[in-house]
Design a protein around this ligand. Structure first.
Ligand code: 13P
Ligand code: SF4
Length: 354
């Protein structure tokens, strides 16, 4: 079993043997059994920043998903090796934008005569190839905690933004935080000729949103919000900006995983919260704050874990740590040099945002 005391002991022993040679990063959506071994936990932004915080560590073990491990490789030195304990820990959203599709989209924008006015802004949840495309075309990366600042910056560089690959984060930030209208946004569908848009529609748009979404957050609905408000009078609804626009519009608070944690830390005793984000995090928060008399429930009981985040479990972590402790490098994530150079440009623009 994953909470097997023998496995816990083995993980502890392998980590102790590695000492300063290993630095373990854990995203907030990771299982409890894994998060207990993280040297640092955080949202995507914090983990990108902290990846480079331990230059003496030869190995960075990334407990999260593939695009996060790629970003860590891009942002760390050549002599640091990034390890993802299970290579199958991908992200369905990141997979919704491939390099070929995005290159084709750029051709469509060029034909419509607007490519010169467009600045790409790519969500962290994208492959290194997409980040490199973004860097090459003068754009930046953003996460759910700095999307508004990234868009402010982008609109200083050009008149339009191509937002990849999460349409919801793009729309929510533009409309909820920046006062744009829904009519300012169009959705580019990579499975349709010309993205399913006319050249006129592209020319009129301010935000060109890629048709991608998170398979977990996309399942919260307006019904989930209405139902929880009925069931728990006085409940505060707090959701992640990867949720659909109508969910975000009906919520009381919206923010990244780190924001969700900070909001609950500051919440008064006796308050009630329904949280629309990944289940591992919501359960951990419900347990943590139960003793402070804060009632925390999952926004919709029919939504489940992020299956790829959950791929990293204690057996995989033990295997990775023990292999490294024995001097065997396993599951290294390494971005090729050319991709890395352009992707780094885009990531550094993000890290330099005010
Ligand atoms: P944040 O931790 O940045 O809020 O990201 C959420 C997410 O979906 C990561 O996959
Ligand atoms: Fe991807 Fe959504 Fe899972 Fe995050 S929660 S890793 S965006 S599928």
């Amino acid at each position: 079993s994953p909470s097997d005391p023998d496995l816990v002991e083995r993980a502890r022993a392998a980590k102790a043997k590695l000492g300063d040679k290993v630095f373990v990063l854990g995203h907030h959506y990771q299982r409890d059994e894994v998060i207990q071994f993280a040297d640092v936990t955080g949202d995507s932004f914090k983990l990108a920043r902290d990846a480079a915080a331990r230059p003496q560590a030869e190995y960075i073990v990334f407990c999260g998903v593939h695009f996060m491990a790629e970003s860590a490789d891009i942002l760390t030195g050549d002599d640091q090796k990034v390890v993802l304990p299970d290579l199958a820990a991908g992200c369905s959203m990141a997979d919704m934008a491939t390099a070929e599709q995005v290159a084709e989209c750029w051709d469509v924008l060029t034909e419509a005569g607007i490519a010169e006015q467009v600045v790409p802004v790519s969500y962290m949840n994208s492959s290194a190839d997409i980040k490199a495309f973004t860097g090459k075309h003068g754009g930046t990366i953003c996460t759910s905690s700095n999307a508004e600042r990234a868009l402010d910056w982008a609109f200083e560089q050009g008149e339009k933004v191509l937002f990849l690959p999460d349409q919801h984060l793009g729309r929510n930030t533009a409309v909820r935080d920046m006062g744009m209208s829904l009519e300012d946004c169009v959705v580019y569908n990579p499975h349709k000729p010309n993205g399913g848009l006319t050249a006129e529609e592209l020319r009129a748009a301010k935000m060109i949103l890629w048709r991608g979404h998170c398979s977990v957050h996309g399942r919260f609905s307006l019904d989930s919000v209405n139902e929880v408000r009925e069931r728990i009078p006085g409940v505060n609804v707090l959701v992640h900006p990867e949720c659909r626009h109508e969910v975000v519009a009906a919520a009381d608070h919206v923010g990244s995983t780190e924001y969700i944690i900070k909001t609950l830390e500051a919440a008064p005793a006796g308050s009630k919260w329904a949280i629309g984000t990944e289940l591992n995090l919501v359960r951990r928060l419900a347990n943590r704050f139960a003793s402070e008399d804060k009632e925390i429930v999952f926004l919709d009981r029919t939504v489940c874990f992020c299956s790829t985040m959950n791929r990293i479990d204690l057996p995989h972590l033990v295997w990775a740590l023990e292999s490294l402790a024995e001097g065997t490098l396993v599951n290294r994530i390494e971005v090729d040099k050319e991709t890395e150079a352009f992707a780094k440009l885009a990531l550094e623009r993000m890290l330099a945002l005010p």
